[in-house]
Design a binder for this molecule. Structure first.
Ligand code: NAD
Length: 500
């Protein structure tokens, strides 16, 4: 059987790029190679950006009515094809279908927000700021903007970016993860079907070579990045040095603080769902459980009982609740962290390394849920982002200790507090140095009309994604001051500084 080849989407059509270097795309549940992926070189990057720039010249002046019509049509197509898009995500990422379906839905909500672009781009107007002088503000598109996205949400994270970028009148070049690129190629086809002019949406597949060429390209105006912290730093620094606007969202270590008065059953459900959903490969996964006082003695048995009930299996099986990890290399890296935690003195309460692979899928990238107790802040299982189904438990004596622990982390993406004490929750939301906070909500991902983003090493740049911050990121402001004098009156020469 010949392996499928995935090229790029440039100028409104598939481009094979037959001579390019290639990468392998896997089915994580079996370990089989399902596709070969063309990896763009700098010449292909130049071609894609030139094409996008040409398309932008007319898209930037398209009417708001036209843009919102295309967006509404795209919205209908994504909604109608939700199931197929989720299947494409699951096949290459490995996540279970309900999870993949949920990510398409959350991306769709950003498209729906972007459908309101005529309202979102309304500027201000002040009549008579001076005699016969009016002032008004405009927001205008930037040009060719780039999105570089991670493997873990191959549909949703790009959809955090391109609906607003395109609605604002930019041309968008997406460089998706090289591990699960197929859903982006299908989304490109849906844009074409929705009536988006060729070249306004481009998918450029590749690895570091393509990213680095985009970051220094003179015709790229802005870069949105989501991925790990070291790459986010590299992207932010390089794009800034080359004069581009940049927002670079990085990695995370998200704490769930459980106070002694919390509802144990609710906290246990939340911890298991948020730690092991999507095999922990979520930037908003709970990876550190901070128990205050003696609550761990009751909470941990409730968590281990729930872990024992989880069904681990391929995403295509409707009974599966958790699938495999994305690659063999990543699976082994996560397992090595569990071994390191044990060596450093943590107690491995549940050891997912013992999981038996499902029948016929022995070469898949399987690792079961892992729970490590008595973890201390110096251990690598706590300091590092593991990005797998590993929940570490840190026991602290007081609420103050919990706040200090979370605030000492270099990451600040998401966090949650579980309590029945409104005053404690209020103090938590006020004092915690994290961008997205949940109160009895373990994964507080903001809705499309708010903006998503962390603090500290979880975001480099000033703007969060989507919501009104997304509109501002993809546009720049201009203020016009206009005089239309009454023809019956004349002002003479006046060398003084203009005042009202
Ligand atoms: P990654 O950093 O390895 O890759 C992200 C993107 O950068 C991909 O498109 C990849 O091809 C490219 N890339 C990788 N290495 C590069 C390099 N050296 N130079 C230039 N480009 C490079 O991330 P990943 O493994 O795909 O995704 C997981 C990471 O993403 C985790 O750290 C997770 O926390 C993070 N993430 C963060 C958020 C957030 O909102 N903060 C959301 C999702 C994922």
């Amino acid at each position: 059987m010949t392996t499928r080849r995935i090229g790029h989407w440039i100028g409104g059509k598939h481009v094979a790029d037959d001579t390019a270097r290639t990468g392998e795309v896997f089915d994580p549940s079996t370990g089989e190679v399902v596709a070969n992926l063309a990896l763009a070189d700098s010449a292909t990057v130049d071609r894609a950006v030139a094409d996008a720039l040409a398309a932008w010249q007319s898209w930037r002046t398209s009417t708001l009515t036209r843009r919102s019509k295309v967006l509404f049509a795209f919205r209908e197509l994504v909604a109608a094809n939700r199931d197929e898009l989720a299947t494409l995500v699951g096949r290459e990422h490995g996540k279970v279908h309900s999870d993949a379906f949920g990510e398409v839905q959350r991306g769709l909500e950003v498209v729906e927000f972007a459908c309101g672009i005529p309202h979102l781009l309304k500027g201000g107007f002040s009549e008579n700021v001076s005699g016969e002088v009016d002032s008004y503000s405009l927001r205008q598109p930037l040009g060719v903007v780039v999105g570089i996205t991670p493997f873990n949400f191959p549909a949703m994270v790009p959809m955090w970016m391109f609906p607003l970028a395109i609605a604002c009148g930019n041309a968008f070049v997406l460089k998706p993860s090289d591990r699960d690129p197929s859903v982006s190629m299908r989304i490109a086809e849906l844009w074409a079907e929705a009536g988006l002019p060729d070249g306004v949406f481009t998918v450029l597949n590749g690895d570091r070579e393509a990213v680095d060429a985009l970051l220094v390209h003179p015709d790229v105006a802005a870069v949105s990045f989501v991925g790990s912290t070291p790459v986010a730093q590299h992207v932010s620094r390089t794009a800034n040095e080359h004069g581009k606007r940049v927002q670079a969202l990085g990695g995370a270590k998200n704490h769930m603080v459980v106070l002694p008065d919390a509802d144990i059953e609710m906290a246990a459900d939340a911890a298991v769902s948020a730690a092991y959903g999507s095999a922990g490969e979520r930037c908003m996964a709970i990876s550190a459980l901070v128990t205050v006082g003696d609550i761990a003695d009751e909470l941990l048995p409730a968590i281990t009982a729930r872990i024992a009930e989880l069904t681990i299996g391929p995403g295509t099986d409707p009974d599966s609740e958790m699938g495999p990890l994305v690659t063999r290399v990543h699976r082994d890296r996560v397992a090595d962290y569990v071994a390191a935690g044990a060596d450093e003195g943590a107690e491995v309460v549940v050891d997912g390394r013992e999981l038996a692979a499902p029948d016929g899928r022995e070469d898949g990238f399987w690792l079961g849920p892992c729970l490590l107790d008595h973890v201390t802040p110096g251990m690598s299982v706590y300091t590092d982002e593991i990005f797998g189904p590993v929940l570490v438990v840190l026991r602290v004596a007081s609420f103050d200790d919990a706040l200090a622990l979370v605030n000492a982390s270099p990451y600040g993406n998401g966090t949650a507090v579980f309590t029945n004490d409104g005053g404690a929750a209020r103090r938590f939301q006020s004092e915690i140095e994290v961008g997205m906070v949940g109160i009895n909500v373990p994964i507080p991902v903001p809705m499309a009309y708010y903006s998503f983003g962390g603090w500290k090493d979880s975001l480099f740049g000033d703007s969060h994604v989507h919501g009104t911050e997304g509109v501002n990121f993809y546009t720049r402001g201009k203020v016009v001051t206009a005089r239309w004098p009454d023809p019956s009156r004349r002002t003479g020469v006046d060398l003084g500084f203009p005042t009202t």
